[in-house]
Structure formats: C-alpha cells, structure tokens
Design a protein around this ligand. Structure first.
Ligand code: RI2
Length: 328
C-alpha cells in the first residue's frame, strides 16, 4: 500500500539529488511507479491509464538530462497504453505493468554487473585508470577488474561543485583499490600517468556523443591530446532514441549557490555564475561504450538504439510529456 504523496516525495528526492546517478534514478522511478500502479483504484481502463500517465509525467520531469529516467518509465507505460487501447481489464493492465516494472528493476541491477564483467576484460595488470564523478557503471568495471586480481590503481576527480568524487573515493577504498583523489583542474598534470579513462554517462545521442558529468568533455580532450583511451560505461537504457528525430538532450543547470556560497554571492551583485551539470563529449574522443550487451563503438549506437527502442519509438507521441515539443 502506497500512502498519499509517495510519488510527489519520490519526485522531490530525485530533483533534490537525494537519489542521484542515472541508474539509481531509473530504478527508483520504476519502483515508485510500480508501487503506485499496484495500489491504484480505478473504475475503467481508460481512467486507469490516464492516471498512470499523469503520475509518470511528474516522475519523468524530475530531472531533465538522465534519459534512463524517461526510458525506464516509458517501458512501464507501453503495456499500460497498449492493453488499455485493446480494452483489457484494469487488473490485466496492472499485472502487465507491474511485471514490466519488476523486470526493469532486475535488468538495471543486472546490467551494471554485466557491463562490469565486459569492461574489466579491457583492463590490464598495472593499469592506472582515471575516473570522474560518481558512476556506478564505471565503478562496476573497476571493481570487477580488481576482484579478478588485476592490480589497478585509480585517480579520481573531486568533481566540483557537488564533490561526487568523495563518494567514488570512498567506494574505491572500500573495494581495496589503490586510489588517489585530485581536484578537477589537476587532470592535465596527471594525464601522462594514466593508461585509460573510464567514465559513466547520463545520456548517449544517436551519433555516439556522450552526455556526462560536467568536466567529462575537458577530460576527454586532454586524454585525446595525450593519446589515452576514453571508455564510457553505460547501460543501453541510457541511449536517447529521441535524438534520432533531432531532439536535443537538455543539459541541466542548477543553483549558482552550489558554485559560490550564498553569503558571498551578495558581495558580487553584478556577477553572473553558471552551474551546468553535464556536458557533451563528441564521439571522436570516445574509444568504446561498455554496455551490458557488450562493447559498442560510438558509430554503432544508431543500430542498437533502433533495435532496443522499437516500441518506445512507435509510441513516441503518446509517451511525450504534454507541452514538451518533440520533433516528429
Ligand atoms: P551511473 C551521475 O550524475 C554521475 O555523475 C554520472 O555522470 C551519471 O550520473 C551516471 O551514473 P548525477 O545524478 O548511472 O550525480 O553510472 O548528476 O551511476
């Protein structure tokens, strides 16, 4: 039984980043929507569908960039739309949607582990790996390599302004991996000591460009200059099929007070501060994407996207948040 306001509270937890990380957001949204569908009382299949859709728009809008969120919610909505259009009963729709939600939750957990296994094969004994921010997918690759007995060491960035790097450092140390944290602006100084860069992703566009934590594209540029390979660990539910139609991925900007303390901001009344959360790394700078389906070159994203998201693309119009413009 879900108490009143549970979905609203989940939206708040995602938008405030109490729940953060592209995979964690997707899993939490799937659990929330599943619990909502399980307890929802409704007199007709159409009303049932409409109420689920309405709730899902709130969840999908909780954070704008990580495409894992709408992709996962939409996977649950597709049977709701299909079965209600076929005139199936509320109970049949409920049962199908809950099954899909449970499957998504299991797949998210399994995917991180699976891609870790694949990615670890690319790491060698003695490798020094640079990572940025706090990605469960990237960490899975590092942990698998370490668990296989490979003696790797990791340099990780602090990741201003939210310092997600602290969490990464903590996890790496708990795994027993030799770890050194640096400030973000130190990357060029250490890049010649690095063998590979491994980062996570929030969204991947049809051309293989990767949207990831702000600073990733700078690191990739430096890696490119130093001829260091950049690997992106990302589950396939982070592929943005809407980019096939020319839709651009929205890059979230947050409060300037995350960059400069509120009490100091008052001393600079004309100062403008920007706080974008993500940036775009072009495909030319990426060696390979490490996914749960195996390694995907950036040039192979389109065909994987088309295969996996056939249904999402078919129901694109019905799945879009009302008022949000989509290219057709
Ligand atoms: P996993 C996070 O963004 C990380 O910074 C990373 O770039 C991305 O999500 C992927 O994380 P945020 O939610 O799904 O901290 O690999 O803004 O955990």
């Amino acid at each position: 039984m879900v108490e009143a306001g549970a979905v609203e509270r989940a939206v708040e937890k995602i938008s405030s980043r109490e729940v953060r990380g592209a995979s964690a957001i997707a899993r939490y949204a799937a659990e929330t929507l599943r619990d909502y569908i399980q307890q929802l009382q409704s007199s007709s299949p159409d009303d049932f569908k409409d109420r689920i859709l309405k709730m899902s728009y709130q969840l999908k809008g909780a954070r704008p960039t990580a495409v894992s969120l709408p992709n996962t919610v939409d996977s649950i909505l597709i049977p709701v739309i299909t079965l209600s259009d076929e005139g199936q009963s509320v109970e049949d729709i409920r049962s199908a949607a809950v099954d899909v939600a449970n499957r998504c939750i299991e797949e998210i957990k399994g995917a991180i582990d699976k891609l870790g296994e694949f990615g670890a094969k690319r790491l060698r004994d003695g490798d020094v790996i640079l990572t940025h921010s706090d990605s469960r997918a990237a960490l899975s690759v590092l942990k698998h390599a370490h668990d296989q007995g490979k003696k790797i060491s990791v340099i990780n960035t602090e990741t201003r302004p939210q310092s997600q790097g602290y969490q990464t450092s903590q996890k790496l140390c708990e795994y027993g991996i030799d770890t050194t944290m640096i400030i973000d602006s130190c990357v060029r100084m250490v890049i010649d000591d690095v063998d590979k860069v491994i980062v996570g992703a929030d969204a991947i566009a049809v051309n293989g460009a990767v949207v990831s934590k702000i600073g990733t594209s700078q690191i990739a540029t430096l890696a490119n200059e130093a001829r260091v390979k950049v690997m992106v660990a990302a589950e396939t539910y982070k592929l943005d099929h809407n980019s096939i139609y020319g839709d651009l991925i929205e890059l979230e900007e947050r409060d300037p007070a995350e960059v400069m303390r509120k009490d100091l901001l008052g001393d600079y009344p004309t100062l403008k501060i920007r706080n974008p959360q993500f940036d775009v790394t072009p495909p030319e700078y990426i060696d390979v994407l490490i996914s749960e389906r195996g390694l995907i070159p950036p040039s192979g994203v389109f065909s994987v996207m088309r295969e996996i998201f056939k249904d999402h693309m078919k129901f694109r119009g019905q799945l879009a948040i009302p008022g949000k413009k989509i290219a057709q």
